[in-house]
Each structure stands twice: as C-alpha cells, then as structure tokens.
Design a protein around this ligand. Sequence first.
Ligand SMILES: [Zn+2]
Length: 247
Amino acid sequence: MNERYDDFDRLEVLTRITGILVNKTPLRIGVGREETPLRIGVGREAPLGSAVDLAPLRIVFADGRTNPYIPGSSIKGVLRSLAESIAKAQGHSVHGPWDFEAVENEAKNGEYCLICGIFGSTKLASHVRVYDAYPESYAPTFVKTGVGINRDFRGAQPGVLYTEEQVVPGVRWDFKMDVINIRVFPEPLDERGRLLRRVIDMLVKGMVQVGARRTIGYGLVELKDSRYEVYEVKGGALVKTSEGNLT
Ligand SMILES: [Zn+2]
C-alpha cells in the first residue's frame, strides 16, 4: 500500500456501468428471524403472523403493491469479497471489511490497501457506488419449506420447519453502478482499475452469486446488455469521453 486513495476533494473521472442483471437460479435476498445481515430497506422482516419466516426485501408502492429488490449494498458486498479473493490469489495481503485495527492503521498512515482503495472502509469513502436493483416488471416469488438445522450439532432439528420466499429464476433487474476516480474503461489505468475490471467481467460472464443460499447455487446472476460511459471534468463541466458495450 502506498497510494493516496483519499482523493474525493476533486472529481476527475466518473464511470457509469449499466445493464440488466438476470438471476439464473432462485434468488433469496430477504432476511428473517434466522439471519439479519441486512438492516436496510423496506420489509426486511416478514410481517407478524406472516406465512413465511424469510421474506424478500420489498419495495412498497403507494397503492400497496410490493416488489422485491436487490439492495445495492448487498451487490457491492459480493463484488468486494470477489475482489478480495482475486487480490489474495495475486499475493496481496487482504483484510476483511470489519478488521477495524487494519482500517485504523491505514487511516493513521493515509495509505490504504487495494480493496479499501476501491470499496472504502469505515475511514475512507468508497470509490464504487452500486444502486438498488429493481425488477423491470413484477417479479414472481415462490415459497419453499425446509427442515431446521441444529447449528450446534449440524443435524436436522426434528419438528422445526421454516419457510423461505424466493424469487423465481429469469427475473430482469435494472443494474447501475458508478466508479469514481478509478479508470476502468476503455482500459484500466492502475491496479484498482484492473481488479475492478476482472470483477465486472465475472458479472458479465454470469459467475457471481448474490443473496443467501449460495452454497446450493442460489442467486447466480448474469449482467446482460451492459454498457459503460466515462465522464471527465473538462473546463469545469462533466463531459462524456468514451462509451461502449461490455461483452
Ligand atoms: Zn484496507
């Protein structure tokens, strides 16, 4: 680590990546009483007396209709851990997002690691912004019942059933992500740009999973119809300097 990544005093280049995320397998993005890793969004818990224990995060329209959505924070978290494993495989020393000692040390020295230099930390703003992904139209869900697992003994807990609501495969979600002050397209300029480019390539190739139950293959997504647009500040104005398809 030796780069100054706290460069938010000036905007030099903004890259916007857009496309359609399609989930190839069922998607469970909700949280319920078993796991509560997400604390944002509407409908994070199944309503009291609801038929399901684990309900998807939902946006609620004014007329009372609801639709599931994928929180940008959860997509960003997945991209971060992918970047961490690639960086680790390349021999970089990598710390987790909740390693506060490493984060403090980086802030004290003003030198941030590759991963924090992209995704931020509690001490450094993120250079990547991922927006909540909403379905293009109504997203059907189905409910699955399972047998509870006893966490201490890793065995089935007799008599304990849970239900999970999942989004059916094939739903199209609007994807939008901004990268600030890192050049990724048309060609990456530094190590952060190259790492981000690899992560985005994996999204395009359908090798990324979001949501829960990833060990059984759920939440596999593919980024389709994806495009990038690069904007740079020229003479005080933001000007589009390049654009293209990601294939
Ligand atoms: Zn770091």
